[in-house]
Design a protein around this ligand. Structure first.
Ligand code: FBP
Length: 333
C-alpha cells in the first residue's frame, strides 16, 4: 500500500498539549514550569471526566445525589465526581495552594502552602443537561496568589479581579472533548484523542468573527428581562437571526466563539443579580473571549472590570461577537 502525502498515516500526529505548553514556556525566560504543570493537572482531570461522562449511563453515574450544593441546586452525581476529581488532581499536582469550586461553600485548602497559584473552578457546567447526553463542560480560572508563599492562602487570593487571571479556559465534553484556554496571549483549542490519551492542537490562535447571527438565551425568561434586552431580542428576530440555546454555558459559548454569536443571561425575576457566577463562570470566559476578539459585559461594565466581593457572587452576562454586544449595549440604559 503506497502512503501518499495526503494519506492519513502520512499526516503528523499533531502538537500535543504537553508539547505546546513546553513550547510556550520557552517564550518566558523567568517561567519555572509551575503554571505549565497546573495546566497539565487540569487536563488530566479533564481526561478522567471525559471517561466518566461517556460511560455515566453504564456505571450509575446519572441522576442526583439527593443533596443541594451551595447554590441551592440539586447536586448531580457527576457534579460531585467532577468536583472530587479536579480537587484531587490539583491537590496531588502540588501547584495550587487553594481552590474554590461551584460545589463547595468555602475555600478548599490543598495543603500545598508553597503552591504559587489558586484555582477557581466550575467542575461541571450545564448540570441540567448531564442526564440527557447534551454537551456539558468544566470552566477554570487561575491566579498567582497575593499572599506570601508558605503561608495559608486567603480570600484575597481569589478576589483579585478578572484582569489578574494568569490563565483561564474550559473543557467541553461534547461530540468530541476539547480544551480551550489562554495564558493571556492567544486562545487555543486542543481536541482530545482518547486513542492516544492526548489533547492535540486543533484550533490554534482562535479569532472569533466580529459579528454573528445567532443569539443564545432562555426564551422562557423573556418577560422578566429588562426592556432594552427585549428590544434587542426583537430586532434579532426581525433580522431572522437564529436562536440557539443548549442550556450549557460552555457549549453555547463555544459555538458562538467559533461561529459568531451572543450569549445572554440577563437579570431575571428569579435571579435579579443574574444567574451565573462571577469567579468561575463569567471571569474565565470573559478573559478567554477578549483574547479571541469578543466582548463580555454585565450590561453596565466590562465583566473583567467588576470588583469581586464574595466567592459565589453572581453577575448578569452578555458575551460574544463585539458588534452584537455593542448593538445590545445600545439598547441598555
Ligand atoms: P451550572 O449548571 O454550572 O449551575 O451553570 C449554570 C447554567 O447551567 C449554565 O450552564 C447555563 O447556560 C444556564 O445555567 C442555564 O440556566 P437556565 O436553565 O436558567 O436557562
Amino acid at each position: 500500500m503506497e502512503i501518499t502525502a495526503s494519506h492519513p498515516l502520512a499526516l503528523p500526529v499533531g502538537v500535543t498539549l504537553d508539547r505546546y505548553i513546553m513550547h510556550r514556556q520557552t517564550a518566558f525566560p523567568y517561567a519555572t514550569g509551575e503554571l505549565s504543570q497546573l495546566l497539565r493537572d487540569i487536563a488530566l482531570a479533564g481526561k478522567i471526566i471525559h471517561r466518566e461522562v461517556n460511560r455515566a449511563g453504564l456505571i450509575d453515574l446519572t441522576g442526583g445525589m439527593g443533596v443541594q450544593n451551595v447554590q441551592g441546586e440539586s447536586q448531580q452525581k457527576l457534579d460531585m465526581i467532577a468536583n472530587i476529581r479536579f480537587s484531587r488532581a490539583l491537590k496531588n499536582g502540588g501547584e495550587a495552594c487553594a481552590i474554590i469550586s461551584e460545589e463547595d461553600e468555602d475555600i478548599i485548602f490543598t495543603g500545598n502552602n508553597n503552591g504559587k497559584y489558586v484555582v477557581a473552578i466550575d467542575p461541571l457546567d450545564g448540570s441540567s443537561n448531564i442526564d440527557v447526553n447534551v454537551s456539558i463542560g468544566t470552566i477554570f480560572s487561575i491566579y498567582r496568589r497575593v499572599t506570601a508563599i508558605g503561608t495559608e492562602p486567603s480570600l484575597a487570593d481569589f478576589l483579585q479581579g478578572g484582569r489578574r487571571q494568569v490563565a483561564a479556559g474550559y473543557i467541553l465534553y461534547g461530540s468530541s472533548t476539547i480544551m480551550v484556554y489562554t495564558t493571556g496571549h492567544s486562545a487555543n483549542g486542543f481536541t482530545y484523542d482518547a486513542s492516544l490519551g492526548e489533547f492535540i492542537l486543533s484550533h490554534p490562535d482562535i479569532h472569533s468573527p466580529a459579528d454573528g447571527q445567532t443569539y443564545s438565551c432562555n426564551d422562557g425568561n423573556l418577560d422578566s428581562y429588562e426592556a432594552g434586552v427585549r428590544e434587542y431580542l426583537t430586532i434579532c428576530r426581525q433580522k431572522e437571526y437564529t436562536a440557539r440555546y443548549i442550556g450549557s454555558l460552555v457549549a453555547d459559548f463555544h459555538r458562538n466563539l467559533l461561529k459568531g454569536g451572543i450569549y445572554l443571561y440577563p437579570p431575571t425575576k428569579k435571579s435579579p443579580t443574574g444567574k451565573l457566577r462571577l469567579l468561575y463562570e463569567a471571569f474565565p470566559l470573559a478573559f478567554l473571549a477578549e483574547k479571541a476578539g469578543c466582548l463580555a459585559t454585565s450590561g453596565h461594565q466590562a465583566i473583567l472590570d467588576i470588583k469581586p466581593t464574595s466567592l459565589h457572587q453572581r453577575t448578569p452576562l452578555f458575551i460574544g461577537a463585539p458588534v452584537m454586544v455593542e448593538n445590545l449595549m445600545g439598547h441598555l440604559g
